[in-house]
Design a protein around this ligand. Structure first.
Ligand code: ADP
Length: 165
């Protein structure tokens, strides 16, 4: 039977840290679904459609991976997709508590689904979409931290946001 994993997150935008987890996840699972979650609590830079489009470009040449979005309960999506694993990445200790809580609630909601964690690549330890957005919004270069296409989309976005204000 095919082992399918779902890698959920905000991906606002997708960073090289995320890409690292996707590539390593693909070595463990037959199929990976990168799932853009709607998070009403987070102020987003890119719309869900823009994020999906960027992820699609980034994974264009990778086999066995696709991108999707979902609004409801994660475990329902996972079950509906015929998957049995939620893939998550772990960076610093600060990720741990939140990830632990999330894994436990998802396990309680559906015991057939396991959360699997991959440690971040050491280069991406401090890479988060939030920090990258903050640096970029202040004019800092984030080249090398995000895929090239994302880098240009961010430049465009900050330019148009500046023009609007
Ligand atoms: P963030 O906004 O903090 O970057 P996301 O919600 O987009 O987070 O992240 C989705 C998943 O990817 C989470 O499990 C998160 O811990 C993981 N992740 C994010 N950045 C990295 C990174 N640099 N290395 C490893 N995992 C990461």
């Amino acid at each position: 039977m095919k082992k399918i994993a779902v890698y959920p997150g905000s991906f606002d935008p997708i960073t090289n840290g995320h890409v690292d987890i996707i590539k390593r996840g693909l070595r463990m699972f037959d199929e990976l679904i990168v799932l853009v979650a709607y998070n009403p609590n987070k102020n987003s830079l890119f719309s869900v459609d823009e994020r999906i489009e960027m992820i699609g470009e980034v994974i264009r040449d990778c086999k066995n991976v696709r991108v999707d979005s979902f609004k409801g309960l994660l475990v329902d999506y996972v079950k509906g997709a015929g998957a049995s694993v939620i893939l998550r990445g772990l960076r610093a200790l600060s990720d741990f508590e939140y990830e632990f809580q999330l894994a436990l609630i998802n396990r309680r909601l559906n015991r057939d689904i396991e959360t699997v964690f991959l440690m971040t690549g050491y280069k991406w330890f401090y890479t988060s979409s939030t920090i990258i957005n903050e640096a970029a919004s202040l004019g800092g270069s984030v080249k090398g931290l995000v895929p090239e296409i994302v880098f240009y989309k961010m430049q465009e976005k900050y330019r148009s946001n500046k023009e609007k204000s």
